[in-house]
Design a protein around this ligand. Sequence first.
Ligand code: SF4
Length: 474
Amino acid sequence: MSNLHEECGVFGIYDFDGKDVASTVYYGLFALQHRGQESCGIVVCEDGMFYSHKDMGLVNDVFDDLTMKSFPEASMAVGHVRYGTTGGTNRTNCQPIVVNHQKGKMAVAHNGNISNAYELRNELELSGGIFHTTSDTEIIAYIITRERLVNTSIENAVLESMNVLDGAYSLVIMSATKLIAARDPRGFRPLCYGERSDGTYIVASESCALDAVGAKFVRDILPGEVVVFDDNGITSYTKHCNTKEKKTCIFEYIYFARPDSVIDNVSVHTARQKAGMILARKDHIKADVVVGVPDSGLDAALGYSKESKIPYGIGFIKNKYIGRTFIAPKQEERIDKVRIKLNPVKETVEGKVVVLVDDSIVRGTTSGQIVKLLRDAGAKEIHVRISASQFVNPCYYGTDIDSRENLISCHHSIDEIAKIIGADSLMFLENDELCELIGNNNYCAACFDGKYPTAIPNTKKNRFEMPLSKRQDK
Ligand code: SF4
């Protein structure tokens, strides 16, 4: 409910027996749908031929029975769900991107944002490069292709490309004979692989997608690692591992990832519970009930309740059938957008002092509407507790936290924000408490603390929609 969008989800399968791999990708993408709802796509490789279908919309809308039957039985496939953070929202930017080059074919699915996209694309365009899309993924595909022409294998091309690419990229790449998983040296975005009992390998953004297709989690792809799946089994390349400090996005744990996923050996559900527990430990409110804002506030609310011994209650029922593509009511329709998505449970909150736990406050508008829902349902006092620190900086690594102007914490004190959203009190986590969520300091929290792990990129979501001469301003 926080007005933030996830980035993307990637999925790949290597099946020695060559069966209906497209269906597995379809179910895997379903499990990753929370990471991107704008568009999705599947590319299947059968005997060196690529069969692709991608379009705008949710997995369920883009793939019907007929489309799924059109995919051949095959041994490899890759899939992608997208929320665009570089490049416009249109069919051209759907992924996976397929490239035909002198040495064959390649499909690329990408999660993250490369931070030197602006410089790389300018350089490529000025040397005659032609781009079909406005996303940074095509830049990655271009660089890998360029390297492939002078390298003996696709994996060497990927390894060489990693010398050039900077920023966040978790990639699943498919050639005519290989499936490749690559994670940037800082490991901003998650990426893992698993195995089915029949020996089929699955690569996915999150472990919840492995569970969904019956694969056993094997391990996370290490930051900087390239893993190749082919007829010889698995080969790992660690040339880029430990070349940069690990900086996994802390907000994956707080909001983006599914709570049933495990990222780099830390359960997302546990991390969220811990966030709630930290809030409870430093709080002195004598409340009657703790409620969470669905979905990502629920685990933290449970943690708060456990630690404080204040009973946990179901504060809201969320309409499960509303996706991101939901058409918001016009102002003259006098219909409350938030009320369509969430309905408060009066019995839980009426006449009570309520602790309301949510994952973040961005502009404050949605938080204000949620607080009002509880007030209208009869809550006596509402104390808002946020299981993250305050957003004060944009993110350049694959999310849409993009402008200080829109971040309420950049313009108001905590007491002022409480007043604006109509809460009786408000509390955030402190930056130095975030490490407790995952038990180490190897994370990026730049949107909270301004400590960017890379140079600050010269990039904006729609920058590549413009000709080169108009892309100059920061
Ligand atoms: S800036 Fe924030 S959202 Fe972006 S990668 Fe870092 S922690 Fe995650």
